[in-house]
Design a protein around this ligand. Sequence first.
Ligand code: PGA
Length: 258
Amino acid sequence: MRVKLVAGNWKMNGSLASSQALIKAVLPPLAALGRARYAVCAPFPQLTTLAQALRGANVALGAQDLCPFENGAYTGGVSGAMLADCGCRYVIVGHSERRSVFGDTDETVALKFGQALRHGLTPILCVGELLTEREAGVTESVVARQLDAVVQRWGWDTLGRSVVAYEPVWAIGTGKTATPQQAQAAHAFIRGRVAAAIRGLAEGLLILYGGSVKASNAAQLFAMPDVDGGLIGAASLVADEFVAICRAAQGAEETVRI
Ligand code: PGA
């Protein structure tokens, strides 16, 4: 049985003080929530301090990226080993902003995925199509290509140690959310593709939706059978919004279990 996960992606926002204040505001209400899981993916320089603040809490720490290589002569790189050492449990790989702004290719994303696993981190593998690709009707082939780049290198079974996030690029930071039906269709496609390789794995795989999730639309998205939670950008920076989204995930957990 899958348990919903809500992960905040803070992106390049906030100061150490504002991030600490945000954590302080969300921890008590989240501590009162039950089964669903929660995480925040913070900027690198804040990780060590936030790991302390999250000790013993039901909110895990994640990073937003990592170096595709092992420790060594990679100036400016942050390795998987370093993230694990800082107390990270998750790391986002292949976010569309890394792909489009920083030039991460499918190949780079696959290397990052491998580094995350090697150091005991759970990669949150982002996949998703551009607006032009959706309009051209190639959403499924784009998502399949992005997934295949990882599984061809590491094998399908490695997905069992990861989380997938479907993030249509046209919905990220635009206020334009995919409808629950659009999200469900893409998630079902991803799960079906994994099931064709390893059925048992597909049933347990968490597939998050990301792209303009807010308190007002989270419950409808999380009610979809193949939507296992969310990767939340802008709304994760607002304590009340993030808590409300986490509550929606918890609510969806309870509905499933009735
Ligand atoms: P958004 O970002 O919620 O601000 O659209 C989601 C993401 O980029 O992960």
